[in-house]
Ligand binder design. Structure first.
Ligand SMILES: Nc1ncnc2c1ncn2[C@@H]1O[C@H](COP(=O)(O)OP(=O)(O)OP(=O)(O)O)[C@@H](O)[C@H]1O
Ligand SMILES: [Mg+2]
Length: 264
């Protein structure tokens, strides 16, 4: 039975309390290895997540077997109980701060991911160069970062959030992960009609405020990462809310003294 699907996989319930995540053929071996390593690491650090049980293959496609997390995805929970959204976003922020509390080794750095995405993205050469020089001045601590912290990667089990999908995990500064979570909330996949867009902007604000409370990070520390994470986001950006996203990107670039991005 199909339990869910994402951009890179189909997930089926296979009985015995387990699920199988079957990756699309285009998914790289590196990404699967990273998901396995990071999910194992996160579970070993006592984070609420599922550690992969084993690697296998289905009709020649790579697959991972996990214990099933029984519950309802956060996105569906919020749709069903909108009046609980504020409290749920608070819990989501607490979970992100708990992930960032873990100091780890053995994963790629978020700085290298951002640099690659900027360089393969659509910005003009001068902006790429200035942004990479700016990125090189930002710190590189060894916090665990999830990399894809959005409401479809969280399941509410017994009222508490459980985080899945570690394929984009990295090591680095927590602010890089939080500003990416803010962008996923506001400009990521999903409905973007005017009313939902307003809701998503509000939700990103609520998530950010709660995150700052739990992590002790300041607004200014988050702002430092916004221009480079937003520029990196241009590489594989879903085409929703283009104008709002470009305004957001250019505000962040201006704040850092970087050139404007002019979409063609
Ligand atoms: N261990 C699990 N227990 C229960 N449901 C799961 C589990 N793993 C995944 N799912 C369901 O399958 C969906 C897709 O899984 P996952 O997010 O890992 O795949 P993906 O293809 O990498 O997604 P993305 O689009 O975020 O890249 C999840 O949103 C969730 O609903
Ligand atoms: Mg997912």
């Amino acid at each position: 039975m199909l339990l869910g699907k994402g951009k890179s996989s189909h997930v089926f319930r296979i009985g015995g309390g387990q699920i199988i995540k079957v990756f699309h053929a285009a998914v790289s071996e590196e990404m699967i290895q990273r998901e396995m390593a990071a999910a194992t690491l996160a579970a070993a650090h006592d984070l609420p997540t599922a550690a992969p049980a084993r690697r296998t293959a289905v009709d020649g496609l790579p697959a991972l077997i996990y214990p099933e997390v029984t519950g309802t995805p956060l996105a569906a929970t919020i749709r069903k109980y909108p009046y609980r959204a504020s409290a749920l976003l608070g819990e989501m922020a607490e979970l992100l701060a708990a992930i960032h509390d873990r100091r780890v080794s053995g994963l790629r750095t978020v700085n290298s991911v951002i640099e690659t995405d900027i360089n393969y993205g659509p910005a003009p050469a001068a902006l790429k160069q200035a942004a990479c020089a700016y990125l090189a001045t930002l710190p590189l601590p060894d916090h665990l970062l999830h990399g894809d912290f959005h409401i479809d990667n969280i399941i509410i089990r017994d009222g508490r959030p459980v985080i899945l999908d570690w394929a984009k995990a990295a090591i680095g500064h927590p602010a890089a992960d939080m500003v990416r979570a803010e962008m996923l909330m506001r400009f990521g996949e999903g409905p973007a009609d005017p009313v939902t867009a307003l809701w998503r902007d509000w939700a990103a604000g609520r998530l950010g405020r709660a995150y700052r409370q739990h992590s002790g990070l300041h607004r200014e520390q988050l702002s430092l990462w916004r221009p480079v994470v937003a520029l990196a986001w241009l590489r594989a950006r879903p085409s929703v809310r283009d104008r709002a996203f470009h305004a957001y990107l250019n505000r962040a670039l201006a704040r850092a003294g970087l050139p404007r991005f002019v979409p063609v």
